[in-house]
Design a protein around this ligand. Structure first.
Ligand code: CTP
Length: 405
């Protein structure tokens, strides 16, 4: 498995906007992600940047209107258009938006756009006044109505020196969106997966809480791997510092009780539940309304058990959704497999991912993990240290096997 951008043909159309220079970074990043990137520059784009810039970062020919009128000019746009998995016009100017909306085909980019049948993504960049103009807004609506996807524009500083809505979306934002759009026909398309990820925080008073060392990295990486294979992903996430995976529905929660409520509210119709979260096993009987003051004496906290979310889901599926797969994690420091197997059986899981968190090499907060899969049918798969994303890929492979996909 590789990321959904790898091997895809992407046309990047570059139009006359000062943001054209950022398109070079975008072309470079898409190439590095494994795409075959063909760039088409309009005449006005070449006033800002040169074809050589794009050829240098994509290692492929970059096209201009000269190619439309060259020897094979009458077919070059057809060839480009038919090969493309995605037409990405970034930046797209008000002028090109108008041409696309009205089917005007007077340069290589607009001819190619008319000939293309693949999805199109448009990232506008222009002065705020031009973007707000009713003509542009109507063109945007026409194009959206035909299924074009817009990324941005974003509010911020514009080349005119003014602040407004017209800024080109950041190349990374566009990259994330393209990755998501190109993943939608993966093998897990149509499968709905619910995950819990990250730590929980159990409030002691308005300023203090009890939590754990989970960073959320493993859960977010699994979510990304599932998204990359086309799954529809709902994340119930405890507090983390991580950016949300593009395309996932994210429900942010703080405590174990909130996490349980969010999971139960989103469980219906799911094909799999993956419990990666490090859920607090205990919570203060009641959070103090006021900050707890020091008194010079010891402080005793009374903690009560939280609900085991994974066990609750496993019980619930027996009642309402017997085909749903239920996968848990086991963080163990001793008698690792014995304890994990017990959890697998007691919680009624299809698979438990065993994490030995007592190893000298830390797992919490790290980018790598070392896990073993124990499945209900007694199979044990032990993996070496690998990127947390690769652990996600292994889980994707498990699901594909289970679902015969
Ligand atoms: N889990 C859960 N709800 C809880 C506690 C744990 O859903 N209140 C889930 C975790 O997300 C994980 C699995 O149960 O998938 C096992 O969690 P772990 O902390 O390893 O074990 P516990 O069941 O909490 O048992 P112990 O802490 O005694 O090892």
């Amino acid at each position: 498995m590789s990321n959904p951008i790898t091997g895809k043909h992407i046309i990047i159309g570059v139009t006359g906007s000062i943001a054209a220079y950022k398109a070079a970074e975008l072309a470079s990043k898409l190439t590095q992600a494994g795409a075959l990137v063909d760039c088409i520059l309009t005449e006005s784009a070449t006033r800002f940047v040169t074809p050589l810039t794009f050829q240098s970062v994509t290692s492929r020919k970059a096209y201009t209107d000269d190619d439309l009128w060259a020897g094979e000019g009458h077919v070059v746009h057809i060839g480009l258009a038919h090969e493309a998995d995605l037409l990405l016009i970034a930046p797209v100017s008000a002028n090109t938006l108008a041409k696309l909306a009205h089917g005007i085909a007077d340069n290589l980019l607009s001819v190619t756009a008319l000939a293309a049948t693949c999805p199109s993504v448009l990232a506008p960049a222009m002065d705020a006044g031009m973007y707000a103009h009713p003509a542009t807004q109507q063109n945007v609506q026409i194009l959206k109505g035909r299924g074009a996807e817009f990324i941005g524009p974003e509010p911020g500083h514009l080349a005119s020196g003014l602040i407004g809505l017209g800024r080109f979306a950041e190349p990374d934002t566009i990259l994330r969106r393209v990755r998501y759009l190109l993943s939608r026909d993966g093998k897990l398309a149509g499968k709905r997966v619910l995950l819990t990820v990250g730590p929980t925080q159990e409030a002691l008073d308005p300023v203090r809480y009890i939590s754990n060392r989970s960073s959320g990295k493993q859960g977010y990486a699994i979510a990304q791997a599932l998204l990359d294979e086309g799954a529809t992903v709902t994340l119930v996430s405890g507090p983390t510092n991580l950016p949300f995976p593009e395309g996932a529905q994210v429900i942010e929660v703080t405590s174990a009780a909130e996490m349980k409520d969010a999971v139960l509210a989103h469980l219906a119709d799911k094909d799999a539940f993956i419990s990666v979260a490090a859920v607090a096993d205990f919570t203060p009987r009641a959070a103090a309304d006021e900050k707890i003051k020091k008194t010079g004496h010891n402080l005793t906290l009374e903690l009560v058990p939280t609900v085991d979310i994974l066990r609750t889901v496993s019980e619930e599926r027996r009642r309402s959704n017997p085909n749903m797969l239920v996968i848990g994690f086991a963080a163990e420091t001793n008698r690792v497999y014995e304890n994990a197997l017990k959890k697998l059986q007691e919680k009624g899981l299809d698979l438990i991912v065993v994490n030995n968190v007592g190893q000298p090499q830390p797992v919490f907060g790290a980018d790598q993990n070392k896990v073993t899969f124990l499945s209900l049918d007694g199979q044990r798969q032990e993996f070496p240290w690998m990127e947390k994303y690769a652990v996600g890929e292994k889980l994707v492979e498990f699901l594909l096997r289970k679902w015969d996909l």
